[in-house]
Design a protein around this ligand. Structure first.
Ligand code: MN
Ligand code: MN
Length: 290
């Protein structure tokens, strides 16, 4: 039997579409994110469907889990995966709201391509890494190049929060292109409330696709990831960001969870963040029609 996210229905016309992309072919340090979609689905069954802070019950929200794009061993090149993501998401935007479960972060390049022809759309990243390399180990579609490709595809409409691992070349390239992320140190110094407004000003988009690389969160909370970096955001920080941008969201992904390195908490956290994204978006939509 196929595994589905908790509270998901069989209705393909649902507002929210969950899809897994089990690919970790360019992962540089530790593999394993290809196992994340199903582990995160399993973890979702440990969570209550009712979220008291929003007074929302996920079991009454239209959610469809379409399963995984491809199987664990089906994917060859990263370009094929990006194409598969693109051709899937292009049929989901803008009427429906996709939530993509990685897999590694390179899959978000496919999302950027699918967003390209929509007006006033930007990608907000939460990530420990700038992912702004022009190429990595000879590959321009490596997960270390995600933000760079998205920057090109969306003509600058990206913003990253939580960056604390970056090469000198990335720093110089960003400076040259006049792109300035919000690093983790500034985030901690100023607090989420202060930086999120500025992040959105710089992003300058009416609609936001949220791309959460789980390593943006500190490894003390989210140890199960390929390239852990300390001094990260807390889960509460990320929840606050999600709730703040909720009404502008048009889609989201969570990438880089690596179950072989997890104690279980990282998958549970990812499942909880997916719940949060769905709940706040739904609540904002309902409020609009009241
Ligand atoms: Mn990262
Ligand atoms: Mn990343």
């Amino acid at each position: 039997m196929l595994l589905h996210f908790a509270d998901a229905s069989q209705d393909t016309s649902s507002k929210f579409i969950i899809l897994g992309v089990p690919f970790d072919g360019t992962s540089s340090f530790r593999h394993g994110s290809k196992f994340a979609p199903d582990e995160i689905r399993k973890a979702s069954y440990n969570l209550e469907s009712y979220l008291p802070e929003h007074d929302v019950d996920l079991s009454s929200i239209p959610i469809y889990d379409m399963g995984n794009i491809g199987t664990l061993d089906e994917f060859g090149k990263v370009e094929d995966v990006i194409d598969a993501v693109y051709s899937t998401l292009i049929n989901i935007f803008p009427q429906q709201f996709p939530i993509m479960i990685g897999g590694e972060h390179s899959i978000t390049i496919g999302a950027a391509k699918a967003l390209k022809n929509m007006k006033n759309v930007g990608i907000l990243f939460i990530d420990a890494h700038a992912d702004f390399r022009d190429q990595y180990l000879g590959n321009r579609f490596s997960h270390a190049c995600t933000a760079r490709r998205a920057y090109e595809i969306l003509e600058g409409k990206i913003m990253s929060i939580g960056v604390r691992s970056v090469s000198k070349e990335e720093m110089e390239d960003a400076k040259r292109l006049n792109y300035k992320w919000i690093d983790a140190y500034e985030f901690h110094r100023r607090g989420w409330r202060d930086v999120i407004g500025e992040a959105l000003d710089r992003l300058d988009a009416e609609k936001i696709y949220l791309s959460i690389d789980i390593d943006g969160i500190d490894p003390s909370y989210a140890p199960g990831t390929g390239t852990p970096e300390f001094f990260g955001l807390s889960p509460m920080d990320v929840k606050n960001i999600i709730d703040f941008v909720g009404e502008y969201l048009i889609g989201a992904d969570i990438t880089e969870v690596s179950p072989p390195y997890d104690n279980g908490n990282t998958s549970i956290l990812a499942a909880r963040l997916i719940q949060e994204i769905i709940a706040i978006k739904w609540k904002m939509m309902e409020d609009k029609f009241k």
